[in-house]
Design a protein around this ligand. Sequence first.
Ligand code: NAI
Length: 335
Amino acid sequence: MSHKITLIPGDGIGPEITTAVTQLLDRTDVSIEWQEEIAGAAVAKHSGNPVRQQTLDSIVRNRTALKGPIATPIGKGFASANVELRRSLGLFANLRPVYNLPGVTTKFSDIDLVVVRENTEDLYSGLEHQVVPGVVESLKVITAAASTRIAKFAFTYATKKKRQKISAVHKANIMKMGDGLFLDSVRSVAHSFKNIEYEERIVDAACMHLVLEPTKFDVLLLPNLYGDIVSDLCAGLVGGLGLVPSANLGDELAIFEAVHGTAPDIAGQNCANPTALLLSAVLMLEHLGETKVAEQIFIALNRVLTKGKHRTRDLGGDASTHTFTEAISQEMELL
Ligand code: NAI
């Protein structure tokens, strides 16, 4: 069976890592027809909107996309293409599995947790206005509907993947109404899943516990902003942003992308680590039912990391993106 997949190379290191990943996937037994779309600054300069309707249509048609990172201007300029894609396509769940990889030495060696982040509301609703000069309000929107939806997703996912515990992360001691509503919604779902242990943690203390005892965590369930921040913290625990994949999931559609951004400091230097996007592609292949090839890629990547001969700069080596990718390709041929 052939899969049609929308491909958004993105900005910065995006084209380098998407090329690496599509080259590897094109050498497998899975037949993929890539349909390339651009999004971000190149599009926004024409229409003011970073995402074209034809890109949304392509993802709706194909139901699946693989996406490189897209830059968002800081403090001014067009709105985030990432937020726009997630919101307009109803991709309400952001799933970020975080685990140790072989050959990547970090302080802890047995981390295996999953961050589930609500993807559509909170402070990312884009509702900001100036009350008077010098005073700005940014509105944090929390709804029972979205909080219940992400909680059901997290508990169902945990059950399916045989996970033991969900930790809901919040700041309801201060934001009693907003985060309070999030917690109430999660609790009402937790009652129906007696098979999963449920706990609640205040976000600041959760961060401290994560860096001290990350292995005590299993599935973390967070509103949008805390999920964004905490998932980067978790990436740091296993060796950095270049290693952690993610999936943006809705009822019908899915976009797979690395957790990291465009890495402007290393863009165009052929030294970016494509692992995070490759692992996102592995999630994508599993989602498409191509589990055998997903496993082959995962094994080949692990072998390259275990041997340690080819490592990108972020992992202490000097291999280029290209050399590292070719090493994975060679391991795939041996399987
Ligand atoms: P970043 O993730 O791009 O970079 C942070 C640090 O991690 C940099 O030192 C970078 O070199 C390193 N890094 C990231 N990915 C790497 C990789 N694959 N291999 C080796 N090193 C890697 O975060 P930053 O600088 O905060 O954001 C840059 C731009 O990316 C911003 O415009 C931001 O809005 C955008 N961004 C886009 C995302 C997306 O499209 N999903 C997610 C996060 C940020």
